[in-house]
Design a protein around this ligand. Structure first.
Ligand SMILES: Cc1ncc(COP(=O)(O)O)c(C=O)c1O
Length: 380
């Protein structure tokens, strides 16, 4: 069948000698990334300190590309290096009086997020963990029931990393807002593979990074703050780029910027933003609706093969709740995944979930079939 999105595959020469079904973990490198990285280095080489005249605006340009992907207003996103630091910055915006010290999330959150909020228990927070019944889904009602007048924060994943389950983020945000709690929505596994309208969802904060579906490599993570909340908080985890006037070098207290830069810390990691530029541009060029359509078709193709082979499916069947990845398990799956990677059929394995695969806009249907053929060859 014709597949318009394969037009963009031409910009990913790294796909020529592998089967890349690992975009939920590491998106493929766009050829243009090398060009942009070369620009970064050339600026450094030829312009020395004056390179900053180009480098610093790149932070806002990178944020602008993420704002477009999130359907977020201008000036609501700032760039950081990873989700863990973003969550720590947000945690440092809060105190935990006894009457509002509860933090609610599920046991299917990405662990790094839990590490940050569990550490807040040392400062008086109380983590309330909602357990998944099946290791695949999170019961929206159970999560919403746990969010009460004592809840300060609800740091959750939009899409669950281990299963690809799409949470009903809008319903959760509605409940949180009704009791005065803030949702921190981790969009790492959603942005780039399903349409995200962060204003419509209603989260107070959102975050994610460029490593996976955004095809940007490591080091370019983002923090979104709802525009009416930007000036409300004063993060204790801070730095001179969060100052209203960094180059005035004032002392001793922080005097926060009035805009989104108040959530910035020290010197931004500009090289990673050049590296991530091509991926974000390409995703904006294609648009999330077309990517989602194709992803649903190809994840269904994967599920059909999983069913034929009688493997255990550990992802949602229902299209509306299924993100970009599919997890399935069978005896010996961990070893087989390792051998598949050695043969350049890229996938991963997670305990309790099994083999995880994710097609992306650049994936050919035949590659899915080739992947399963090779899996059977390895299994013997
Ligand atoms: C949902 C989710 N959040 C966060 C991360 C990573 O966090 P960090 O950027 O701190 O490495 C991942 C994956 O690696 C993820 O899948």
């Amino acid at each position: 069948m014709s597949d318009d999105l394969l037009e963009w595959r031409k910009q990913f020469s790294a796909l020529d000698d592998c089967v890349h079904l690992i975009s939920h973990s590491l998106g493929c490198i766009p050829d243009r990334a090398e060009e942009y990285m070369a620009q970064f280095l050339e600026l450094w080489r030829t312009r020395s300190i004056t390179a900053w005249d180009e480098w610093l605006p790149e932070v806002d340009r990178a944020a602008g590309r993420i704002e477009r992907l999130l359907s977020a207003p201008k000036g609501t996103v700032i760039m950081h290096t990873n989700v863990s630091i973003v969550q720590s910055i947000l945690a440092s915006c809060f105190d935990y009086p006894e009457e509002r010290n509860k933090i609610v999330y599920s046991d299917l959150n990405f662990p790094t997020v839990s590490y940050v909020w569990k550490a807040e228990e040392r400062r008086g927070a109380r983590v309330h963990l909602v357990k998944s019944a099946d290791g695949v889904t999170v019961d929206t009602e159970a999560l919403c029931d746990a969010i009460d007048e004592q809840t300060a924060l609800v740091p959750i994943s939009h899409v669950i990393f281990v299963s690809g389950y799409i949470q009903d983020a809008k319903a959760i945000c509605r409940k949180a807002q009704s009791v005065g709690a803030h949702v921190v929505l981790d969009c790492y596994q959603s942005l780039g593979t399903i349409p995200v309208d962060i204003v419509d969802i209603g989260a107070s904060f959102a975050c994610g990074g460029s490593v996976k579906y955004l095809c940007g490599g490591p080091g370019a993570a983002y923090l979104y703050v709802r525009d009416d909340l930007i000036e409300t908080f004063e993060p204790r985890v801070t730095g001179w780029f969060g100052n209203e006037s960094p180059f005035a070098f004032t002392m001793p207290e922080q005097s926060y910027a009035e805009n989104i830069w108040r959530y910035m810390g020290g010197t931004p990691a500009v090289a990673a933003l050049y590296q991530a530029r091509a991926g974000a541009e390409i995703l904006n060029e294609i648009g999330a609706t077309r990517i989602r359509e194709k992803s649903l078709r190809q994840t269904q193709r994967i599920i059909d093969r999983v069913d034929e082979l009688k493997f255990e499916l550990n992802s949602p069947r229902e299209p509306a709740r299924r993100g970009g990845s599919v997890a399935f398990d069978f005896v010996g799956a961990a070893d087989i995944a390792r051998e598949l990677n050695r043969r350049k059929f890229f996938c991963d394995y997670r305990p309790g979930a099994g083999v995880r695969v994710a097609p992306h806009f650049y994936t050919r249907d035949e590659e899915i079939d080739l992947f399963f053929e090779e899996l059977l060859n390895v299994r013997g």
